[in-house]
Design a protein around this ligand. Structure first.
Ligand code: ASP
Length: 573
């Protein structure tokens, strides 16, 4: 109050009250009301008549209390205003393409095309500030724990995260290409070989993946690697990082240690390896009850080595109409299930369209196993184990959301451990690494390399929070012979392994310490910390779901001279 100030910013709103003109002046800190009147400054008042939204101005005046009764308690500065003595228009502005006052929804396409206008909106700036805060907390944490931040190359060779590479033609080496890193995986391992001991980096990664909702072709990771550690060392320190982040950024205290759930158990209980553990509705196995009954679809699924499992929807929530059950059936068909059998508990007993085929014993068994009460519904799928798990797992999450079973304010982290080392790819007709080819097998599973690689477990772990995978990593292979056996299992001939990752294999011969690490999806973490609904909300200049930048128009065609310089001929139809 009483201080003389010079304020600069944007005209957010202007109200002409005849003798007085009120302007909400905006900058990144918020809004303040300034008042133009002939008695404060005549020239300034004249200028104010021509002000429009988003003009950039500078004004001088003295802060004063607003007249009694005119305060605006919604505004942080709502008790004061600045009568303007002097004003300068620093720049004019076209009428914004969409209103910046947040009241009306604006199409995302327009927002992304004019992202610099969109970014003027306080809520969008608020998200970027939380993102900024997150960087600072992460850097301080790693610095305090003796980690060294090292930058790794962006122009490099293909890295093995299993997605398609973005490629950059090498002008001075016709026909040769750099790849943009899918992650700094090999470099961080080499930093361990180099004796850096503890490394981290907040780093851009690039993956040319098939377009899926909520992916970005370039995204940010918190990338970490540590030497002389085992799995528990990594998990313990990293859950401390996550706890510090939620405390510092969100004022939420997380319980530690985070639960650790082996992959097999996660899939058995939740159907998915990224379980949302904020609510129960566990998958329950009833294969034994349905085996040998005359209900063919379930009995046959079991005979073929499949499973029959169900989830229970309690009371009221499960009052599905016939149409609702049809819709849920369509939904699980999208995940490969052939059908969905509903059972409803009533005063007269368990009812179902398939009841008579199952027989009284099976029905009674189901009532017991699910501990059913009047009104509860059980939804059952029988199929091969992967289909049952995925279809029921997805259905569980869908119902959890739609029936309001999830306490939205909860933050529930869980480590998923003991992933399979490899899985068979029908498409490629060979084993592929579930994490990546440098992930170490669990020691006691080493003998299975020769007999049953698909049964080997990896020293790999994912951090899942509220059903979102936010990070993943592993203890690495640090012995040359184990790495060679891994390549052989993946069908990478020694020569091919050498050609692609020879520098790493060679490095393993020069005294590599045991090491392991992890990478967190930084954008995903910020989504959780801000409650943003889409990954595009937490990135300053994101690409669309179709991997385009609407603002710059990238990707774009090259002119023929550039193509020639790069020794490229197009074959585009
Ligand atoms: N490079 C891995 C990834 O990007 C993470 C890790 O293993 O540290 O998923």
């Amino acid at each position: 109050m009483g201080e003389s100030v010079t304020l600069m910013g944007w005209v957010h709103r202007r109200r002409d009250h005849g003798g007085l003109i009120f302007v909400d002046l905006r900058d990144r800190e918020g809004i303040v009301q300034i008042v133009f009147g002939p008695e404060h400054g005549r020239d300034a008042y004249e200028r104010a008549r021509r002000l429009r939204s988003e003009y950039v101005i500078a004004v001088r005046g003295q802060v004063r209390r607003r007249p009694a009764g005119t305060e605006n308690l919604q505004l942080k500065t709502g008790e004061v205003e600045v009568p303007v003595i002097d004003a300068v228009v620093l720049n004019e502005a076209r009428t914004p393409v969409f209103p910046l006052d947040e009241e009306r929804p604006v199409s995302e396409e327009l927002r992304l095309t004019y992202r610099y206008l969109d970014l003027r909106r306080p809520s969008v700036q608020g998200t970027l500030r939380i993102r900024h805060r997150t960087y600072q907390v992460v850097r301080a944490f790693f610095d305090q724990h003796g980690f060294i931040e090292v930058e790794t190359p962006v122009l490099t060779r293909a890295t093995p995260e299993g997605a398609r590479d973005y490629l950059v033609p090498a002008r001075i080496y016709p026909g040769q290409f750099f790849a943009l890193p899918q992650s700094p995986q090999l470099f961080k391992q080499l930093l361990m070989v180099a004796g850096l001991d503890r490394y981290f980096q907040i780093v851009k990664c690039f993956r040319d993946e098939d377009l899926r909702a909520d992916r970005q072709p370039e995204f940010t990771q918190i990338d970490v690697e540590m030497s002389f550690v085992d799995r528990e060392d990594v998990l313990t320190l990293m859950e401390e990082l996550i706890a510090v982040l939620f405390r510092e950024v969100n004022e939420i205290e997380l319980d530690r240690p985070f639960p650790r759930l082996p992959y097999q158990e996660a899939v058995a209980t939740y159907g998915l390896d990224n379980p949302d553990t904020r609510f129960e509705m566990f998958l329950v196995d009833i294969s034994d009850l349905c085996a040998g009954t005359s209900f063919r679809p379930l009995a046959e699924a079991i005979a073929r080595g499949g499973h029959v499992k169900g989830i229970k929807v309690k009371g009221e929530a499960g009052a599905f109409s016939r149409k609702a059950i049809d819709d849920l059936t369509e939904y699980v068909k999208g995940y490969g299930a052939k059908g969905l059998s509903p059972f409803r508990m009533t005063k007269e007993g368990l009812q179902s369209p398939v009841a008579k085929h199952l027989g009284a014993d099976a029905l009674q068994g189901i009532v017991h196993r699910f501990d059913l009460e009047d009104g509860d519904v059980v939804l059952v799928i029988g199929d091969n184990p992967m289909v049952v798990a995925e279809a029921l797992g997805r259905l569980r999450v869908k119902l959890g959301r739609e029936l309001g079973l999830i306490e939205e304010t909860l933050v529930r982290p869980v480590w998923i451990t003991d992933f399979p080392l490899v899985q068979y790819s029908e498409e490629e007709k060979r084993f592929v690494a579930v994490h990546h080819p440098f992930t170490a097998p669990v020691d006691e599973d080493l003998p299975l390399f020769d007999s049953a690689p698909e049964r080997m477990r990896a020293k790999a772990y994912d951090l899942v929070i509220n059903g979102q995978e936010v990070g993943g990593g592993s203890i690495r292979i640090h012995q040359r012979d184990v790495q060679s056996r891994m390549f052989a299992t993946l069908g990478l001939a020694e020569a091919e392994g050498k050609e692609k990752f020879g520098f790493l294999l060679e490095a393993l011969d020069f005294g590599t310490p045991p090491h392991g690490g992890i990478a967190f999806g930084f954008d995903r973490l910020v989504m959780l910390l801000t409650g943003a609904e889409s990954i595009r909300e937490v990135i300053a200049f994101p690409k669309t779901q179709r991997a385009q930048c609407l603002m710059t128009g990238a990707p774009a065609a090259l002119d023929p001279r550039q193509l020639k310089e790069l020794h490229l001929k197009l074959d585009v139809t």
